[in-house]
Write a protein that binds this ligand. Sequence first.
Ligand code: C2E
Ligand code: CA
Ligand code: CA
Length: 563
Amino acid sequence: MQELLERKKGLRRSILIVDDEFVEREVLGAMLCDLYEVKYAENGVTALDIIRRDKLKLSLVILDLHMPELDGYGLLKVIRSDSELRRIPVIVLTAEKEAEVKSLSLGAADFITKPYEAPDVIRARVGHSIELAEGSIIIHETERDDLTGLFNKEFFVEYGKRICAQNENMSMDAIVLDINRFHMINELYGRDYGDKVLKVIGNSLHEIVRQSGGLACRSGTNSFAMYIPHSTALRENLDRYVEKLGQDFGERRVSVRIGVYCDDGSVTDMERRLDCASLACHKLRNSYSTCYDFYNADLHTRELHEERLISGIDRALEENQFRVFYQPKYSIRGDKPVLSSAEALVRWFHPEFGTVSPGEFISLFESNGLIQKLDRFVWNRAASQIREWKDRYGVYIPVSVNVSRVDVFDPEICKVLTGIAEKNGLPCEKLMLEVTESAYTDNALQIIDTVSALRSFGFKIEMDDFGCGYSSLNMLTSMPIDALKLDMKFIRNICTNPKDYRLVGIIIDIARLLEVPVIAEGVETREQMELLKAIDCDIIQGYYFSKPLPAEEFEKLITAEVC
Ligand code: C2E
Ligand code: CA
Ligand code: CA
């Protein structure tokens, strides 16, 4: 801040001297004109015109109190009550002691007595008033976010701690709010719209703290936090808030996730309370609609459990606690379903927790990058399995492996995967790669680069969970993919819900347009299978044919097919 002030010192600032006496104006001007750009006005009305016109340029007004028309007091009042002019400091010129008190109480920064004191004293007063005013503006600017006018995180925490120190027994709730997939909002609707979204949310938080007291901040690009006096009606308030936000954004898909620490006395420190709210918010990260959740002790237990999973991964890899299962995919294009390939799905046999499902640890490992280790293990296992089956049964059973959104950012990914294929003597096309659709929409450019490079080596790419990730038709046609894998939620109700049935039909049409096959997963019943066959679905995966199986059991399916 000091540096900024120093830098500003190099500039020549403008000041305005307002006095009806020509001589007084000139004498004062002469004392200041070597340091400042001096402007003059001979009465309050002209002065106000200049002040309004030059409001951004003026650093100070020196004001005589006794003038015809609008006098000094009147002008001072106008300046102080106008939010756009208020930042300009005013020094009053006066010969009377009482006037000093009155003008200071009206908001004057300082006063200069007539007859004038020594020039150095006057210059010091002027310089000091400007510096003070600018200093306070800089403080205001650095403690607040430009776009929303909310505090930034640093000052928010600082002031929050002060509130806590001054009100030791006050119950306070902490709330953390993140905008879901904000970069997509920028990408789809433009940065101006993104800024508008931030402002709408910023204003809504201003309004909340205005009503309830407390503080709000913008804590990151798309995240906000509030620290407000505890309310027993928090849930109702949040319901109302969420509903209102939905109305504010209307058609456009803007959703937020909100984590809340509702003060129950269990956590006392402000930053810890915010951490609890963040944790509750983080747990909602895979949701696509607006929702909120409260921190509770269960969440804390879950957090500890997750910590144990994280710290156990290396040992688990060493001790082969992870095993790869294979779920068959059947082609249904001919009269009889034919085993066409398999998907490799990891299972964790934990010595203490028993079987832990991927649903529990995949997104956890994605959030800290550990997924790369695990995926490499699975890719290696799957590749050596393809080799083993080829050697034993004489046929290639292509296996698809899941490629996490995190792997896509690994600059080594092509090297790793081609290395694995080579080590096992496999053509790359036998190891298929499943990339979830939402990874494409999260970071289209990066993924298109990576996936194009992988395809150039011969890997086949399946877009997984298709239908959940909001790809636009436009995006789809430019995406390098070899198959669409329909998300299982469409299959679940395909027999009972005509809408889902029609949607699957449309997706299959899209796949035809892109000239890629469609895989339906999560197919559990014969009716589902037959319906899908009737609308030209190519490949089916699901409990109807088989659950994911250990390699030894999967082999029975191969022998049934081959022998
Ligand atoms: P996914 O890739 O969409 O895999 C399909 C999931 O659906 C698997 O769950 C599979 O067991 C399950 N499933 C298959 N057929 C049916 C069915 O007919 N009905 C129902 N209800 N479910 C069926 P799983 O094995 O629990 O895996 C969950 C998710 O975890 C996977 O979803 C995938 O995203 C991820 N995952 C699994 N293994 C790996 C891995 O090695 N690496 C990475 N990055 N992710 C993995
Ligand atoms: Ca998959
Ligand atoms: Ca899937």
